[in-house]
Write a protein that binds this ligand. Structure first.
Ligand code: ADP
Ligand code: TRP
Length: 423
């Protein structure tokens, strides 16, 4: 059973605050708050707690519950997801409700086709994870899509588990976010077929990603060609509004939008939600060790969870120009600096930039600074990952729970779609 524990506190509060808990999902039918009244203000002072203990039901869509206290520990919900926030006492409840109602549904998928790298992290994961606080998020592991590269069955299973572990370690909150394996919600294949029947072949043949894959020697099979249709089904099945992706997926989002519009034109207005891509332009392409786009396929990656000598030696291999040690260097055209920028504060960036400009610093020093920044940046996540690795059953339970929640929503869409197409 999913539950919210040690939910946190409003920083800087010296007295009682008000807490709002809400759920935007259709599925929520009842909730239970088991207040373990250990409230403490952030100044360490014990304050009187007024957290309600007992059922908060029925919860509607979206459901709101307001309670008071300075922090909350041991809060459990019979159904989830739930969102919570602390406010100063006396807040305007209606304004909070309006803010929560305007939350958009965000969905993204990642293929378990290799070990996750910092290109994945800064390209999409970081942004997706940050959205959990304010939005209704669906994140899944695209294991059907990974089959297009024909992995060994045991690798597919193992990598799917590793990606789940990585996402959870990076801060995915399985209570707030619906986190699941694509193949656990079979409705996606039915929708994919229905969309296939609306999809002109030319639309798929024009996709860069398909042409690139053929150029890289992959066999021209139906799975590879139909890849964007399945992706459209992933997105449309959950009425997604926003889809955070890397720049390379932009065209696939255009196919999704095209198919949603065709479907609505053919079968009825507003049957499917037309989604928007969300692409972070400033980190659109994270460079790899060789300066090309970092990618599993180019063998130029820095893993998120790399450790020891092997990972340090990767940093030392990053390609730079041959400016001599004593000469000034151009930070803006350096792969090492481009990566450093992703992890360092503005002051740290400025400091390193000055050292580039001044000369007398070799690229080895910059690489060492980058390596140290990386080790520090991912430290907490690395520790979280180690703990999770000791409890693989818990990771599986999270995925199963996510699939059950996703399925409920998928079924609502499919009822609408099947009725519209006459099935
Ligand atoms: P890879 O190129 O290593 O096979 P994927 O295609 O599985 O990576 O990408 C998963 C997600 O991460 C996608 O949304 C993709 O756009 C993003 N991504 C991958 N590599 C990079 C990169 N170097 N820079 C920015 N985003 C990236
Ligand atoms: N094609 C995406 C990639 O390779 C993964 C993916 C599959 C996806 N289905 C999706 C991303 C739906 C966003 C939404 O990165």
């Amino acid at each position: 059973m999913p539950f919210l524990q040690g939910a946190g506190s409003k920083g800087g509060a010296t007295g009682p605050v008000e807490m709002c808990i809400w759920s935007p999902n259709h599925e929520l039918s009842g909730g239970m708050i088991l207040g373990e009244d250990k409230c403490q203000s952030s100044s360490g002072m014990e304050v009187q707690t007024e957290i309600t203990t007992g059922p908060v039901a029925p919860l509607f869509k979206p459901a709101f519950f307001f309670g008071t206290g300075s922090s909350l520990s041991g809060c459990q919900f019979v159904e989830s997801p739930v969102y919570y926030k602390f406010y100063d006492k006396g807040v305007n409840h209606q304004a909070i409700q309006e803010e929560a109602m305007s939350a958009k549904r965000v969905l993204t998928g990642i293929q378990p086709s290799g070990i996750l790298h910092i290109g994945n992290y800064f390209g999409t994961m970081r942004q997706s994870l940050a959205m959990q606080q304010e939005h209704d998020c669906f994140y899944f592991i695209a294991n059907y899509h990974a089959m297009t590269s024909m992995p060994e069955p045991k690798h597919l299973k193992e990598r799917t588990f590793q990606v789940a572990l990585d996402f959870l370690a990076c801060g995915l909150d399985p209570v707030k976010t619906i986190f699941f394996r694509q193949s656990d919600v079979s409705e996606v294949q039915v929708l994919s077929w229905i969309l296939s029947c609306l999809c002109p072949l030319g639309l798929l043949e024009r996709c860069h990603s398909y042409k690139d894959k053929l150029a890289h020697g992959l066999e021209a099979n139906h799975g590879l060609l139909a890849y964007p249709v399945l992706m459209a089904a992933d997105i449309l099945l959950y009425d997604s509004n926003l889809v955070p992706v890397g720049k390379d997926q932009k065209q696939h989002l255009e196919v999704t939008r095209d198919l949603a519009i065709r479907f609505n034109n053919r079968y009825g207005e507003n049957l499917l939600v037309v989604p928007e891509p969300l692409i972070q332009e400033e980190v659109a392409v994270v460079p790899g060790l060789d300066g090309q786009k970092m990618s599993k396929s180019y063998d130029n990656t820095i893993e998120i969870f790399g450790e020891g000598k092997a990972i340090r030696s990767k940093f030392m291999r990053i390609v730079t120009d041959s400016t001599p040690l004593e000469d000034p260097k151009d930070a803006d055209h350096c792969n090492v600096f481009a990566l450093y920028k992703l992890m360092a504060t503005a002051e740290e960036q400025q400091e390193l930039r000055e050292r580039y400009k001044a000369g007398g610093m070799g690229y080895g020093h910059a690489k060492q600074a980058l390596f140290e920044k990386y080790s520090e940046y991912f430290k907490e996540m690395r520790e979280r990952r180690k703990k999770l690795l000791e409890k693989p059953g818990e990771v599986e339970d999270i995925l199963q729970d996510g699939a059950a929640r996703a399925r409920k929503i998928a079924r609502v869409t499919m009822e609408r779609v099947l009725a519209a197409v006459g099935l």
